[in-house]
Design a protein around this ligand. Structure first.
Ligand SMILES: *[C@@H]1O[C@H](CO)[C@@H](O)[C@H](O)[C@H]1NC(C)=O
Ligand SMILES: *[C@@H]1O[C@H](CO)[C@@H](O)[C@H](O)[C@H]1NC(C)=O
Ligand SMILES: *[C@@H]1O[C@H](CO)[C@@H](O)[C@H](O)[C@H]1NC(C)=O
Ligand SMILES: *[C@@H]1O[C@H](CO)[C@@H](O)[C@H](O)[C@H]1NC(C)=O
Ligand SMILES: *[C@@H]1O[C@H](CO)[C@@H](O)[C@H](O)[C@H]1NC(C)=O
Length: 347
């Protein structure tokens, strides 16, 4: 056989493989490096060089198909099963078309988010939860202008909240629940332009909730389980969409009678604070109200009668200064006591 014939045969043999491969070679190289930098976990054993990374056989790898660019645009790795502690490989930044990242349920994923991630300028959802990643919530996230959802819940993040996040123009949801984040909520958090859901529960946030948060129109806010104090009335408003307000287990103190409630209120969890005043009468007209707990506060006066208010358990109202009326005992005793005390003072 001549050299030419061999060459032709070799080319013919290779051609189908080359044509049938949809995977971008740069993306493939980045994925294989990512795998290696995570210690070649068995969960990624389907990532093999001789197969097509866009053939849907590569565990958790998604490729763009609408416009037939076949660039890797999603990584869904809910269970990496790492064999030891590994940081998020900086090579993740070599997948420039990534829209979605989900990595979860692996305490062996440790260390800070790599700064190279700022290069992921098409990233829309970052969802890294229940891992051991630590360090600050990085400031560089605010450079990724495409972000719509940030979910870094139940990790080991610390430091303070970066004020710059509020400059993300399309951000709709942020969840940083269950970390060790401390310090105050930045004033700038009142200037998110599209934010609808904010979950910051289970951290070590201190100080007052900034008054600027009155500018937000959130459907869900969860600040439970922090060390926040003072007023929270700016989160309420009859003109707001608020469906779910979770403020339990803080040191909040404000007059609840003065807040205005949205029509759509679905869940209100204010337990274990220092909230005072009476329950707003409008609670009895909120027909969607399904979860309600104001126990362990300093509330007083009659529980509004009507709507769902009498369907909630006694434990939703327990341990206040002088709440009364169904489902708690009737107010008559309490009201008499209130009348008698001033008379005693006069005598
Ligand atoms: C991870 O490990 C668990 C237990 O060893 C196993 O059941 C599961 O299939 C593994 N998941 C992957 C994606 O390899
Ligand atoms: C496909 O291309 C169109 C037109 O350029 C663009 O609007 C759309 O966002 C693209 N879709 C994807 C999934 O990239
Ligand atoms: C969290 O990070 C700290 C260091 O910042 C480390 O000492 C601790 O072991 C980590 N905890 C977990 C559960 O990973
Ligand atoms: C973030 O992840 C947690 C943990 O799985 C989940 O419960 C929550 O719904 C997610 N939040 C958002 C905004 O996606
Ligand atoms: C209300 O909260 C208190 C305090 O955490 C708890 O003991 C009680 O079971 C809760 N009740 C309901 C109905 O959620």
């Amino acid at each position: 056989m001549s050299g030419l014939t061999i060459l032709v045969l070799v080319v013919l043999a290779l051609t189908p493989a080359v044509i049938s491969e949809l995977c971008n070679q740069g993306d493939k190289k980045a994925l294989l490096k990512f795998k290696k930098e995570l210690g070649n976990p068995t969960s990624l054993s389907t990532w093999i060089p001789k197969s097509d990374c866009c053939s849907k056989t590569w565990e958790g790898v998604l490729c763009e198909t609408d416009n037939k660019t076949y660039r890797v645009n999603g990584l869904q790795l809910p269970q990496l099963n790492l064999s030891g502690p590994y940081p998020i490989p900086p090579s993740i930044a070599n997948l420039p078309y990534l829209n979605y990242i989900t990595i979860s349920n692996d305490p062996n994923l440790v260390g800070p988010l790599p700064p190279t991630m700022a290069k992921l300028i098409n990233l829309r959802n970052i969802d890294i939860h229940h891992t051991g990643i630590s360090g600050n919530v990085p400031d560089f996230l605010s450079q990724i202008k495409t972000l719509i959802f940030i979910n870094l819940s139940y990790n080991n993040l610390s430091g303070t909240l970066p004020a710059s996040l509020s400059s993300l123009p399309y951000l709709v949801g942020i969840s940083l629940r269950g970390n060790r984040i401390s310090g105050a909520i930045p004033d700038s958090f009142g200037s998110f332009s599209n934010l609808q859901a904010m979950g910051l529960s289970g951290n070590r946030l201190t100080g007052k909730i900034p008054a600027t948060l009155a500018n937000l129109d959130l459907t869900m806010v969860d600040l439970s389980g922090n060390l926040l104090e003072g007023d929270a009335s700016m989160l309420f408003g009859s003109n707001k969409r608020a469906q779910e307000i979770y403020l339990a287990e803080n040191q909040l103190g404000f007059d609840l009678e003065k807040v205005q409630l949205s029509d759509n209120l679905y869940a209100l969890d204010l337990r274990l604070n220092r909230i005072y005043g009476r329950l707003p009468k409008e609670l009895a007209t909120r027909k969607y109200l399904t979860f309600f707990n104001v126990s362990y506060n300093n509330l007083c006066g009659e529980i509004p009668q009507g709507g769902n208010m009498q369907r909630f358990d006694v434990s939703s109202y327990d341990h206040n200064n002088c709440l009364c009326g169904s489902p708690l005992p009737s107010c008559s005793g309490t009201l008499i006591a209130e009348r008698i005390i001033p008379r005693k003072d006069i005598i």
